[in-house]
Design a protein around this ligand. Structure first.
Ligand SMILES: [Ca+2]
Ligand SMILES: [Ca+2]
Length: 376
């Protein structure tokens, strides 16, 4: 038979044209002497530009944000994502340090991180951010992080037109402020005009309760309903705007972290959130928002474009013309869970100099005896 390979494939797939493998190693395990690989190589391995992504997160309480940051690093290592920045939307003081520690673990210590300093969102729930910030290397000094809106404006202004993808996996706080931002020294455009010029796709953080087309809003929207309303009102309708997280309520991933070594940074995030060391699988809202933002909607049933509004704490879709808002649910949850899980378990390559992956070597070395040189 013919086996198919693609950069977006998976070694847990079956090698068909619809479900290609990622590596030749997977083919080697199953191929017979009469099989061929010729059908795919010229076509499917074509290189496409990585998605320029801004990841806007409430990392530190629920662990799907941490699993999603691992997913993003897998996409980066596969050439599918260029992570421009991480934005923190809560008032968890160690949120930025936690994100920087995870980025450092995956060998990207210098990804810019902004914090919403004018956050109307008052969320301070901290299941693992401080725990991670105290134990893993990073170089964030709380209170001195760049302001999220300022960083958004700097990054957007420097990028080509219609090139940036924003995935929001927490409240819409930062986006609401960005859309309200006036012209400044970085750009003569106000927030709405800057977003209209630079952004090509928006993956929204609402619909965590999977109630669209109509029902109670989810966790993210409820933490900052004013920002959610502002986001829905002001986000330019030229930009495709999709709620892709709803299926995450019943789509569980992360159980594979139980097989990772003790001290693996994402495993620890899951353990701290779940308050246990086994049965770590958790809902996957945020992974789906990023998956759609990076890979597109092939694995989803996406509604026709319409309008979405939030009134009180209810969210509602209507087929209004020219509003370009959609919601999406996963077609095949088992397939999505398997593919997300494989990506989330991706590890950084071992650094021969350090002899150990990521920040594990530092785990446990930042105890009280080293309080003097702790930086977080
Ligand atoms: Ca850093
Ligand atoms: Ca989140």
């Amino acid at each position: 038979m013919d086996f198919h390979l693609a950069p977006t494939g998976f070694d847990t797939a079956d090698g068909t044209a619809d479900r290609p493998y990622r590596t030749i190693s997977a083919v080697a395990l199953v191929a017979q002497p009469v099989d061929t690989l010729a059908a795919c190589l010229g076509v499917n391995l074509a290189v496409t530009a990585p998605t320029k992504l801004i990841f806007d997160t409430d990392i530190g309480n629920d662990c799907d944000d941490a699993g999603t940051l691992a997913l993003i690093h897998a996409f980066i290592d596969r050439g599918e994502v260029d992570l421009l920045a991480v934005m923190i939307s809560t008032r968890v003081l160690t949120g930025a340090a936690c994100a920087d520690a995870i980025n450092t673990y995956y060998r990207r210590p210098d990804i810019p991180i902004g914090v919403g300093k004018t956050a109307d969102n008052t969320q301070t729930l901290d299941d693992y951010a401080t725990y991670i910030a105290q134990r893993y290397p990073h170089d964030i000094v709380p209170g001195q992080e760049p302001d999220a809106v300022k960083l958004y404006r700097q990054i957007l202004a420097a990028q080509p037109d219609h090139s940036v993808v924003i995935a929001v996996v927490g409240p819409a706080t930062n986006i609401g402020h960005l859309l309200d931002s006036p012209p400044d020294e970085v750009s003569p455009l106000d927030g709405v005009a800057l977003v209209a010029q630079k952004v090509k796709f928006y993956s929204a953080g609402g619909n965590g309760r999977a109630n669209l087309p109509s029902g109670e809003a989810g966790w993210n929207y409820k933490w900052d309903l004013a920002a959610a309303a502002n986001e829905l009102k002001k986000m330019p309708t030229t930009i495709p705007f999709v709620f892709a997280g709803g299926s995450g309520l019943t789509l569980f991933t992360g159980g594979g972290y139980e097989q990772k070594p003790e001290g693996h940074i994402i495993r620890v995030c899951y353990e701290q959130h779940q308050r246990r060391k086994t049965n770590l699988a958790r809902c996957s809202w945020d992974q789906l928002r990023v998956w759609y933002a990076v890979r597109g909607g092939d694995n989803f049933d996406t509604s026709p474009p319409g309008d979405v509004t939030v009134v009180d704490d209810n969210i509602r879709y209507s087929p209004t013309p020219n509003r370009n808002r959609c919601y999406a649910y996963v077609k095949d949850k088992a397939l999505a869970a398997a593919q997300l899980e494989e990506l989330m378990m991706h590890e950084p390559e071992v650094d021969q100099n350090a002899g150990i992956a990521g920040g594990q070597v530092e785990a446990g070395l930042r105890g009280d005896d080293r309080r003097a040189d702790r930086r977080w």
